[in-house]
Ligand binder design. Sequence first.
Ligand code: HEC
Length: 118
Amino acid sequence: MRRLAMVAVLVAGCGGEGAPPLGVQPTLSSIQRSVFTPKCAGCHRDARDMPHKLSLVAGESWDQLVGKDSETFGGMPRVVPGEPHASALTAIAHSYHDMTAGDESAVWSWIEAGALDN
Ligand code: HEC
């Protein structure tokens, strides 16, 4: 229910630039700011040689995730737009990576809404 509410807010707010700060939102820019940059890019910062050539640095993460196959999940795509359950990014969220329930929910909703570069 909460996920649906957040998507509704996003659609109604049309991008949410002026939206009140409700924590991480299901947009790439919010996920980047609250999750990828502070929690992930310390390791995933150089697509040439960091874990599985995955960079989650701002400006690089979308290209690195959407439609790219993961290496650890037997070729499962990292992000399939509209299909969070088929996206390795949501699987890794349940292993050793430091994501809160709110982070995971935002990532799930972002993918479900089409994994836009927003
Ligand atoms: C302490 C370093 C470190 C941090 C921080 C980290 N990762 Fe990773 N990540 C790794 C390593 C090492 C691997 C490869 C080994 C593995 O898959 O278990 C990996 C693998 C991955 C993969 C699989 C890539 C592929 O192609 O198979 C994804 C997706 C991923 N990480 C996402 C994230 C996200 C999202 C965050 C932040 C919430 C994050 N990582 C934070 C070290 C890190």
